[in-house]
Design a protein around this ligand. Structure first.
Ligand SMILES: Cc1cc2nc3c(=O)[nH]c(=O)nc-3n(C[C@H](O)[C@H](O)[C@H](O)COP(=O)(O)OP(=O)(O)OC[C@H]3O[C@@H](n4cnc5c(N)ncnc54)[C@H](O)[C@@H]3O)c2cc1C
Length: 594
């Protein structure tokens, strides 16, 4: 059986020792968020995740959601857990005080999200989607829509969804067919069908606020003709009370591989009353606000599963007795040694750990840049926005790819027992898998990186990463103690720079070349970003170790970083070779021969 303990020591290390979260209170709006406040919030978050959400993870997976007479029931215990979650004020944590939120920094929010994803990924999707809808509505909704809908969503009494996908239209949103007809009173009537809608229908909240992409009658073809609408399950009176049932219903729910306690719904809109968000035909821009927030959040789903799988595998490897250590028995008093003595098991455990801790640092760095969006200096704000835009596809794709890899390593460490349902690890493998697909497949994230982010503003976004990393490498070049970290980082960074030039050059000549390199390029970029963070974590830990406090923590941090540099980062060499080989072998392959 799995167990979960929130990695609070490591979260504090990342927040305060690596990212300087102690200075958040100097940013406008974050004045209250000193360490004295952040620490107890982390502890409370850990408590609800460990004691309320985690115990429902397996039972929720076994029971799944059910649909009866158009109503979706979440598994036993979910309603009560959601009530506790709302009473604790968690839905409002990262929301604006203007709508009843607590205005917490993103850096804190990302740690709480990680804990939720480790403890119960399916549960986390319900408030997760609401948070995304909140971001979109608060950015693009009219004052009237914000006044009516946001406070209830912030309180958690109403939830949100994101309705993009249709049966014939997934990645290519330009194909979507759902229609919106303008009405004399300024509202619209929506007709069409959406599929795969997470939290489209459920029994956790009083109302569900759907954000729906649809076309107006005069819409131009393709993505330039898409508008965004708000369509509630129950219509809402002026005073905020609930009115009649709207023409939106759940037609069926999907039977799927994982996240079984998260309802994935076909949603039918039948002349449903809806309200325009933002400008006509500019819906994708508004929806992208939600999708960008969601992409970072989905990356954190991968991180959450990676951490949970590591914890489960490490506990198992300490207990399971099989064989003897190659270098002689380590526990001669026992019938066999625990499998943690075997090099191959250690390889897998350390890979999981290096990924989980590295990804936590990367997620926190992205969150820090979101927080710097409040800085008074416009140049700092612009650099921070550039950084977030650049790393969003990397966080989404890398963290979810590694989440699946870590879950699979967890299963491998447990051998046949990992494959057996009641032991819990196979649920992580099944749950993690979807994160590589939804919110834009990881292949599409890679295309976003090479096709949009690299060329944007003549390469300006790239500088938000390249400049600080190259300055850091230069500054630390003479540091002997750190050399075992800085040197491999510099090598990998050089590969990344060369690959960037190659992708840009070849892509200009032939766009298929950029497409062919995209996924490997994203991984090369992501692994180099983790190397940069591992070097900085090693630097902080080497200095902290001198103080003699918490020696074991810092020693383990340095050792994990060393493993990453020596045993994981060399992947970048293979990725570099693949990228440089170009895409001819793929594109010249006869289509009929597939
Ligand atoms: C459990 C679950 C929950 C979901 N939740 C939601 C939700 O809440 N709201 C919502 O709107 N949707 C949701 N989705 C839908 C999800 O976002 C889509 O499945 C996803 O975006 C991919 O679309 P698709 O399945 O149609 O695949 P397709 O778009 O058909 O893609 C198939 C393959 O082709 C590749 N491909 C497609 N186009 C290109 C291209 N131009 N270049 C290169 N490769 C390409 C893809 O990477 C993929 O490998 C959910 C799906 C699932 C399974």
């Amino acid at each position: 059986m799995m167990s979960y303990k929130a990695p609070l020591r490591d979260m504090r290390f990342v927040l305060f020792e690596l990212m300087g979260a102690g200075e958040l209170a100097s940013l406008p709006g974050y004045e209250d968020f000193t360490r004295d406040l952040i620490d107890p919030v982390l502890e409370q978050g850990a408590k609800i995740c460990e004691e309320v959400l985690f115990p429902l993870n397996r039972s929720g997976d076994e029971e799944g959601c059910t649909l009866e007479n158009g109503l979706v029931r979440t598994p036993k215990g979910f309603q009560e857990a959601y009530r506790i979650y709302c009473e604790g004020g968690w839905p409002s944590l990262a929301c604006d005080p203007e709508f009843g939120g607590q205005g917490a920094p993103h850096m804190l929010g990302v740690m709480i999200e990680e804990m939720m994803c480790s403890a119960n990924l399916s549960f986390g999707l319900y408030p997760g989607l609401t948070q995304g809808a909140y971001v979109c509505l608060s950015g693009y909704g009219s004052d009237e829509l914000k006044r009516i809908y946001l406070p209830k969503m912030v309180e958690g009494v109403w939830s949100g969804t994101m309705c993009l996908t249709e049966p014939h239209c997934g990645t290519d949103l330009g194909l979507l067919r759902t229609r919106a007809k303008p009405q004399a009173d300024g509202s619209y009537r929506l007709s069409g069908s959406k599929m795969f809608i997470s939290a489209g229908e459920h029994d956790l909240t009083e109302n569900i606020v759907h954000l729906v992409l649809a076309r107006l009658p005069d819409a131009p073809k393709g993505v330039k003709g898409i508008s965004l609408f708000l369509c509630p399950k129950y219509l809402v009176h002026e005073d905020g009370s609930l009115g009649a049932r709207n023409g939106v219903s759940c037609g069926s729910i999907e039977h799927k591989m994982g996240i079984k306690a998260s309802a994935t719904c076909v949603m039918n809109f039948d002349e449903a009353t809806a309200f325009l968000i933002g400008e006509p035909h500019k819906g994708l821009r508004a929806m992208f606000a939600m999708m960008n927030a969601e992409r970072l959040a989905v990356g954190v789903q991968g991180l959450g599963v990676a951490e949970a799988a590591y914890q489960g595998a490490a506990a198992y490897a300490r207990e399971r007795l099989q064989g003897r250590s190659l270098s002689g028995a380590k526990h001669p008093e026992k019938p066999a040694d625990p499998i943690i003595v075997h090099p191959d098991v250690r390889r897998m455990l350390l890979t999981q750990r290096a990924y989980a801790e590295g990804c936590r640092a990367l997620a926190a760095l992205a969150a820090k840049q979101l927080d710097l969006g409040r800085h008074s200096d416009p140049a700092v704000r612009r650099d921070a926005e550039d950084f977030v835009a650049l790393v969003t596809p990397i966080v989404k794709a890398l963290l979810t790819d590694l989440g699946t890899e870590c879950a699979n390593l967890g299963m491998q460490i447990m051998g046949g027992h990992g494959y057996i349902r009641e032991n819990g690890m196979e649920q992580y493998v099944r749950d993690a898998r979807i994160a590589q697909i939804y919110e834009g497949t990881n292949g599409v994230q890679a295309l976003d990186l090479v096709g949009r982010k690299l060329p944007a503003h003549a390469g300006r976004l790239l500088r938000a990463f390249f400049h600080p990393v190259s300055a850091y490498i230069e500054a630390k070049a003479g540091d002997k103690e750190l050399a075992e970290f800085v040197q491999p980082l510099a090598k990998s960074f050089q590969r990344l720079q060369q690959a960037t030039a190659q992708v840009a050059r070849a892509g200009m000549r032939d766009p298929d070349e950029a497409g062919a390199a995209a996924s490997e390029y994203l991984r090369l970029f992501g692994l180099t970003a983790l190397a940069y963070l591992w070097t900085r974590m090693a630097e902080v830990s080497l200095a902290a170790r001198q103080t003699g406090e918490d020696e074991k923590f810092y020693a383990a941090k340095i050792a994990t970083g060393r493993f990453y540099m020596q045993r994981v980062l060399p992947q970048t060499s293979g990725l570099f070779s693949s990228i440089m080989a170009g895409g001819r072998t793929m594109m010249a392959f006869d289509e009929a021969a597939f």
